[in-house]
Design a protein around this ligand. Structure first.
Ligand SMILES: [Zn+2]
Length: 184
């Protein structure tokens, strides 16, 4: 049976997947994807911290604040304000204020609310036992030492879960990391 090439999600090259879940052509691309994901998560954390500082009961917010709360580019907001699609109050030069309630109507709940609402399905991985490998399984499966597994888990901030004496890590994250398994 002819194996079908997949396209790498990072570099776009065709490759022969080692398993049905393989989405990256090489450990290099897998690592790049992981770094990118971590960077996005860090950015999210920074934006969330900024959003938390904006008082929830303040109706009139600046364009920058609206951008943070509703995830819309400032440039887009200024354009919509200019077109009269978002009503605004001008408190002076560079002191444009827009109504939070109008933003909510246009874009849905603000970030902090949206975040808590969608938390259960926002998970990127599952830590259920059947979706995880133990460290021993990983070492055996990918032919590396348990020590290396632990150091990679730390290096790439892969989540883990301890059940009894054993430490488990999500299969999805581990497969992504070692996909291709000819590095190390
Ligand atoms: Zn690739």
């Amino acid at each position: 049976m002819k194996r079908i090439d997949k396209q790498c999600l990072v570099c776009g090259d065709g490759f022969l997947p080692k398993s049905v879940t393989s989405v990256y052509c090489s450990p290099k691309c897998s690592k790049r994807a992981y770094k990118f994901k971590m960077l996005q998560l860090k950015k999210e954390a920074v934006i969330n911290a900024l959003a938390d500082k904006i008082p929830k009961d303040r109706i009139f917010i600046s364009v920058a604040e609206a951008g943070i709360l509703f995830g819309v580019a400032k440039r887009t907001l200024y354009r919509l304000v200019g077109q009269g699609k978002i009503p605004s109050v001008n408190l002076g030069t560079r002191l444009l204020r827009i109504d939070r309630r109008v933003m909510q109507e246009l874009y849905g709940p603000a970030r902090s609310l949206r975040q808590t609402e969608s938390l259960p399905n926002k998970k990127l991985y599952s830590l259920e036992k059947e979706d995880c490998y133990s460290i021993g399984e990983i070492a055996h499966r990918f032919q590396i030492s348990e020590g290396s597994v632990y150091s990679h888990i730390r290096k790439y901030s892969i989540p883990t879960r301890q059940i009894g004496k054993h430490v488990f890590a999500p299969k999805s994250e581990i497969d992504d990391l070692y996909n291709g398994n000819d590095f190390i």
